[in-house]
Design a protein around this ligand. Structure first.
Ligand SMILES: Cc1cc2nc3c(=O)[nH]c(=O)nc-3n(C[C@H](O)[C@H](O)[C@H](O)COP(=O)(O)OP(=O)(O)OC[C@H]3O[C@@H](n4cnc5c(N)ncnc54)[C@H](O)[C@@H]3O)c2cc1C
Length: 392
């Protein structure tokens, strides 16, 4: 736990709703609730706002999924990211360079074709591309191992810290009490529902909490008797310095077979790959353990990116649920317990839309999407799990 700063504001004794966690989800939910007129909102953050997984230096934003719910959340968020400048007078570094998914097997081609149909039925603009077209979109690619690709031009990447800061400032302006260095130690809840939250700095009486504590949410759910199955797993990225020759501007490019991905990062490139061998745990120390797997994949897909010196690296936590999709809903057994967590590596891009969805859930009004499929209760019924193929 981080030390409390002297300027930390006092902890309010009571609130209408307490948000647990100050990542992209917590601040987006706080802003959307406050903008809808909810008063007496308190956001509790154990550390500093944006210091969890939302501290990723650059985050991909996309609506390129196979599950309709994920596609709608992605599209709704893309709309919000596109309007951010106008709404919050903030440059979030949005670069809509597109997402390029690479297919190297017939099964991947068919999978991607099916996803494109669903995306475009919902208003998307994705298309299949040949290996030659993929090579023109991304000159760093070695295309001979490719069968095809998919390209979705509206997608891209942006800076999570800028988005978090904008939501935080707007929420504070609307009166949300954002309290950092306030660790939630217990939740007072029973048959009558939620009654309060206990921190090391005192307690807050409330009838409603929203658990938005990312990889740490399982502990918080357990405090209220709500099961939120999440396994934290370390994930790492590296950033190269600027190339000897300048890197070309390329789409966010992802090889489905290996999960290698890369995109521009200021003058350099951001490199990543999923680390299948990583044991679950809360450790966030950066290591180079993932680099050999990246280099092996890059030799085949983008040889000029293999064995690059890294100028910087970052390690964070994926907040994995059993089907690698989010849990968004309210508890059927503990009144006043809401949750938006377990985004399993795509939480930045879903942040704006989930803020709206949780606002509507809290207010009990119809939303742009029925959140029922994202309920944590789905894990008691194997058939209700979400089948999403574009998770990396
Ligand atoms: C390597 C890597 C790459 C990624 N790439 C992408 C990407 O390209 N696109 C994308 O959309 N997503 C990406 N993600 C995922 C994304 O970063 C997360 O899904 C998202 O940041 C989750 O936000 P959150 O608000 O739910 O959680 P967090 O940002 O982790 O916030 C949770 C907060 O809760 C606080 N907390 C925990 N316990 C307590 C407590 N007891 N009391 C009070 N506060 C507490 C924590 O301190 C933390 O600040 C990536 C993640 C990693 C690790």
């Amino acid at each position: 736990m981080a030390a409390r700063s002297d300027s930390a504001p006092a902890l309010p004794g009571a609130a209408e709703v307490v948000i647990l966690g100050g990542g992209i989800m917590g601040v987006s939910i706080a802003y959307h609730l406050a903008a809808a007129g909810v008063r007496d909102i308190v956001l509790l953050e154990r550390d500093t706002v944006g210091s969890g997984s939302s501290a990723k230096p650059m985050g991909g934003v996309r609506a390129t999924f196979s599950d309709p719910g994920n596609i709608v959340l992605g599209q709704r968020s893309l709309e919000a990211f596109e309007r951010f400048d106008e709404t919050f007078k903030t440059d979030i570094g949005l670069r809509q360079v597109g997402y390029l998914f690479l297919c190297r097997t017939e099964a991947e081609v068919q999978q991607v074709q099916r996803s494109i149909e669903v995306q475009n039925d919902l208003g998307g603009s994705s298309r299949m591309v040949s290996p030659e077209q993929a090579g023109r979109l991304n000159p760093l690619l070695q295309t001979r191992s490719l069968l095809a690709g998919s390209f979705s031009p509206r997608d891209g990447f942006a800076q999570p810290a800028a988005v978090v800061a904008a939501y935080r400032a707007a929420a504070a302006e609307l009166g949300v009490a954002i309290v950092e260095h306030a660790e939630v130690l217990d939740i007072d809840a029973g048959r009558g529902g939620v009654r309060g939250v206990v921190t090391q700095r005192g307690s807050v009486r409330t009838g409603a909490v929203v658990c938005a504590a990312g990889a740490w949410s399982m502990r918080l759910g357990a405090m209220a008797g709500v099961h939120l199955p999440i396994r934290p797993v370390r994930r790492q990225i590296g950033m190269t310095g600027s190339g000897r020759d300048r890197f070309p501007a390329v789409p966010f490019t992802l090889d489905l077979a290996t999960t290698l991905y890369f995109h521009n990062y200021f003058d350099g490139m951001l490199l990543g790959i999923s680390n299948e061998d990583e044991e679950p745990g809360f450790g966030r120390e950066f290591s180079h353990g993932w680099v050999p797997a990246f280099d092996r994949a890059a030799e085949v897909i983008a040889p000029s990116l293999a064995r690059r010196d890294l100028a910087a690296g970052w390690a964070g936590l994926y907040e994995n649920t059993p089907d690698h999709n989010a849990m968004i809903g309210s508890s059927a057994t503990v009144d006043g317990f809401f949750y938006a967590t377990g985004f399993s590596g795509h939480g930045f891009l879903q942040g704006p839309a989930v803020g709206e969805l949780v606002r509507d859930l809290y207010l009990g009004v119809e939303s742009f999407l029925d959140p029922a499929p994202f309920s944590a209760d789905r894990f008691s019924n194997a058939a209700a799990r979400i089948d999403e193929v574009h998770i990396i």
